[in-house]
Design a protein around this ligand. Sequence first.
Ligand code: PGA
Length: 252
Amino acid sequence: MSPKIIVGNWKMNGTKEKVHEIAHALTTYSNRLSHEEIQNKTQIVICPPFTLLPLLAECLKETPCLLGAQNCHEKLSGAHTGDISAAMLLEFGVSHVILGHSERRQNHGELDSIIRQKVTTATQAGLTPIVCIGETREQHEEETYTDVLGWQMEGSLPNDFSGILAYEPIWAIGTGLTASPEQITETMCFLREELIRQFGKSGKTIPILYGGSVTADNVSTILSIPEVAGVLVGGQSLNADTFLHIIEYQCL
Ligand code: PGA
């Protein structure tokens, strides 16, 4: 069985103190098990705000945890005040970047076409993109939400996509509402079919994560769904104890 991917998305939260708290918990965890044991079980990626990346990189360097960012620009450099490029992230040891999160789509008007360019640039620079898609509550209730997901995938994923896809129903993000195991299974199967339709054979192996109110209580149910390759955790990744429980989901 491939290791489950656990991604912590801190969003615009966290301080230096938080970095030390989470890094301490992860270092204690990784001292208990060998790196090989951890890597066989999970791939842990922590995505703090940009300003905390160097400190977190330093604090996690003795652990097998990977570093992720929450966004990058679609161009490699240039006159883009306030933006961060994929090359800048690489310099700090970042390996993954979340792209197309619904909060960026909604708050920054990021369209599928821009996300697609970001995915291409990030991949060419050597980062693994984690591309988020998801439907609103209204779209979910219309039951044609799979059309929405299909369009988002067609629009946001470049032809040679080889990153990670994250299904995050917008109605489940930060609401305490989680999609049921049946809903997750059904949607994951649809997404897999769509990936195979878009990418052929390589679509069979693209990992698909679930995100939206993942907690220490529901993580083992979610990760026991065979189609789920891992989880994208927001709020609960900021609490060291809870996040450790999520990582150690198999022990609960
Ligand atoms: P949540 O956020 O776990 O707080 O619902 C998930 C996300 O937005 O990635």
